[in-house]
Design a binder for this molecule. Structure first.
Ligand code: DUC
Ligand code: ZN
Ligand code: ZN
Length: 470
C-alpha cells in the first residue's frame, strides 16, 4: 500500500495506551499503525519523540463581536496559526447570535470570516442570546441537523444572559434535538450588586474584578445550572470551572446520576487573583471570567484533574490586546474594572502548560493528558474522526519533544495579542511538528503549511446527548 507520509520510530500515546509504532498516512487519514511500515513519499523520523493526537481546543473565541469600540485580538488567521503552533489541529470557537439576529445570519458572517483563513480545522458552537420561540422551535433544531450540535448560554453579562425560564426552554430544545448545552455559571445579579458597591467606594482597579465575581456567585450558578438540566433531563457542560466549590456541585449532581461534563482551563491552575493587583492597570491583563482564585482553589482544580472529575481542559482563549484603545485599556476600561473586556489569550500555551505542569511533573499520565486535551473533546462534541491515533481517523497529529525546555514569551507566540498572561513561565515539553489532515503544517518549529489548509468540520451529535434525545 503506497503511503503519503510515514511517521517512524515515535512513541504513540492515546487516551488508553502508550506504545512504540510507525504511523502510515494516506489521503489525509491514518491508514496503518505498525512496526517497520513500508515506503512513503514523505518520512518523518520521530525517534525519541512523542506522537500524540493533535490538540482539540473546544473552547476558544475568535473574532467574536465584543461591544462598543472593543475588538478581539485574533481573527481566524492569527487565532488558528497560534493554535497550530501550540500543537492543536482543531479548534471550536463560538458563533454569537446578536439580539434580534437569526442564528443562520450570524453563522453566514462567521463562515465568511473563517473560510480560506484557517491553519487548523474548525467547528462552531453557537451562543444563544435571543431564544425566541422561532429560534428554539425551528432555527436551532435545523442547525443541529446541519452539524452545529452544541450551544452555550450565559447566566451573566447584561445583554447576553438568559433567565432561568429561557435556559429551561433552551435546554428543552437540546433535549428534543440531542444537542449539548454549555453553561457559563455566574450569578449576574450578585455580581451587579457587588460592582455597584465597589464602584461607590471608588474601588475601581482590576483587582476588584475578582472580588466582585466571588466563588459563591459561581457556585450558586453552577448549582442552578445542573438543577435546571436535571429538571429538563439533559446532559450539560459546565465550562471554565475555577474552584472546588463549583466542582463540588458537579460531583453532587453526578452522585444523583446526572450527566455533567466539567471543563477547566490553564488560568485556574497558573494564575491567582493576586495577579490582578498589578501596578498601573497591569492587572487588566488577567481579567477573565470567572476570575482566577487562590492557591487553595488552584489545588482543588489540580485534584479534579488528577482524580478524573474534569473531562475537558480548554484554553478559553479570548484575546484582547492590552495597550490598545480597542482592548483592555480602552477609554472606559481605564476608569473602572467593570469596563475591561473579559478574557485572556492562551490557545498556544494550553498544551505546553498542562504537559509541563501535569505530565512532566508527574501529576497526570500521558494518556490522561491526551484524553483531557483531545480525545474527550472529540467524543463530547461529536468530532467522530478526530481525537485519537487509530486507523481511519483524520491524520491530525502533534509530535512532541518531551524534554524541550522553553520560557514562555509573547514575542515567540503567534496570536494577535500584545502579551501573554503566562510570560516568563518555564515549561518542559513542546510540540515541534504539527500535522493537519495529513499535511505537515509546522516542522521543527517552523511554519511550512499554508493558510486555508484548515477546513470547517460539521459535527455529529455528542455521544452523551444522543442517548438522551427523544
Ligand atoms: N466567558 C468565556 O467563556 N470566555 C471569555 C469570557 C467569558 O465570560
Ligand atoms: Zn464563559
Ligand atoms: Zn470562553
Amino acid at each position: 500500500m503506497s503511503l503519503d507520509l510515514v511517521i517512524r520510530g515515535g512513541t504513540i500515546a492515546t487516551a488508553s495506551d502508550v506504545f512504540r509504532a510507525d504511523v502510515g498516512i494516506r489521503d489525509g487519514r491514518i491508514v496503518q499503525i505498525g512496526e517497520g511500515l513500508g515506503q512513503a513519499s514523505q518520512v518523518i523520523d520521530a525517534t525519541g519523540r512523542l506522537v500524540l493526537p493533535g490538540g482539540i481546543d473546544s473552547h476558544v473565541h475568535i473574532a467574536q463581536p465584543s461591544g462598543d469600540g472593543i475588538r478581539m485580538a485574533d481573527d481566524f488567521e492569527s487565532g488558528t496559526r497560534s493554535a497550530l503552533f501550540g500543537g492543536n489541529t482543531t479548534v471550536l470557537p463560538f458563533c454569537l447570535q446578536g439580539k434580534g439576529q437569526s442564528l443562520r445570519d450570524a453563522l453566514r458572517g462567521y463562515h465568511a470570516l473563517a473560510t480560506g483563513n484557517c491553519y487548523t480545522d474548525v467547528s462552531f458552537h453557537l451562543i444563544v442570546s435571543d431564544p425566541t420561540p422561532s429560534v428554539l422551535g425551528q432555527e436551532l433544531p435545523a442547525l443541529v441537523m446541519d452539524g452545529y450540535t452544541s450551544f452555550k448560554v450565559f447566566m451573566t453579562y447584561e445583554g447576553l444572559r438568559l433567565n432561568d425560564a429561557e435556559i429551561l426552554a433552551t435546554m428543552d430544545t437540546a433535549r428534543r434535538t440531542g444537542a449539548l448545552v454549555m453553561v457559563h455559571c455566574e450569578n449576574e445579579d450578585a455580581i451587579r450588586y457587588l460592582i455597584g458597591r465597589h464602584e461607590a467606594q471608588g474601588d475601581v482597579g482590576p483587582r476588584a474584578h475578582a472580588t466582585t465575581r466571588p466563588v459563591a456567585a459561581e457556585r450558586e450558578a453552577t448549582h442552578r445550572a445542573v438543577s435546571l438540566a436535571e429538571i429538563v433531563d439533559v446532559p450539560v457542560v459546565i465550562v471554565h470551572v475555577s474552584n472546588g466549590a463549583a466542582l463540588g456541585e458537579i460531583r453532587a449532581a453526578r452522585g444523583r446520576g446526572r450527566k455533567v461534563v466539567a471543563e477547566t482551563c490553564p488560568q485556574y491552575l497558573m494564575l491567582t487573583a493576586a495577579d490582578l493587583d498589578g501596578m498601573d492597570w497591569e492587572g487588566a491583563k488577567f481579567v477573565c471570567s470567572p476570575p482566577p482564585r487562590n492557591a487553595a482553589e488552584q489545588e482543588a482544580c489540580w485534584t479534579g484533574l488528577e482524580q478524573g472529575d474534569f473531562d475537558l481542559f480548554s484554553s478559553d482563549h479570548c484575546p484582547f490586546r492590552y495597550d490598545d484603545p480597542a482592548g483592555k485599556l480602552n477609554p472606559k476600561g481605564r476608569t473602572s474594572f467593570a469596563h475591561v473586556p473579559n478574557g485572556i489569550p492562551g490557545v498556544e500555551t494550553r498544551l505546553p502548560i498542562l504537559f509541563s505542569e501535569g505530565v512532566s511533573k508527574g501529576r497526570i499520565g500521558l494518556s490522561r493528558f491526551v484524553a483531557l486535551t483531545a480525545t474527550n473533546h472529540a467524543r463530547i462534541y461529536g468530532l467522530e474522526k478526530k481525537g485519537s491515533i487509530a486507523v481511519g481517523m483524520d491524520a491530525d497529529i502533534a509530535i512532541w519533544d518531551a524534554g524541550a525546555k522553553r520560557t514562555i514569551a509573547h514575542a515567540d507566540l503567534h496570536d494577535g495579542a500584545d502579551y501573554s498572561p503566562y510570560e516568563g513561565i518555564e515549561v518542559t515539553g513542546w510540540p515541534e511538528t504539527v500535522i493537519v489532515g495529513g499535511r505537515v503544517m509546522v516542522r521543527g518549529g517552523e511554519l511550512v503549511g499554508a493558510k486555508g489548509t484548515g477546513r470547517y468540520v460539521p459535527r455529529a451529535l455528542s455521544s452523551l446527548a444522543r442517548q438522551a434525545a427523544v
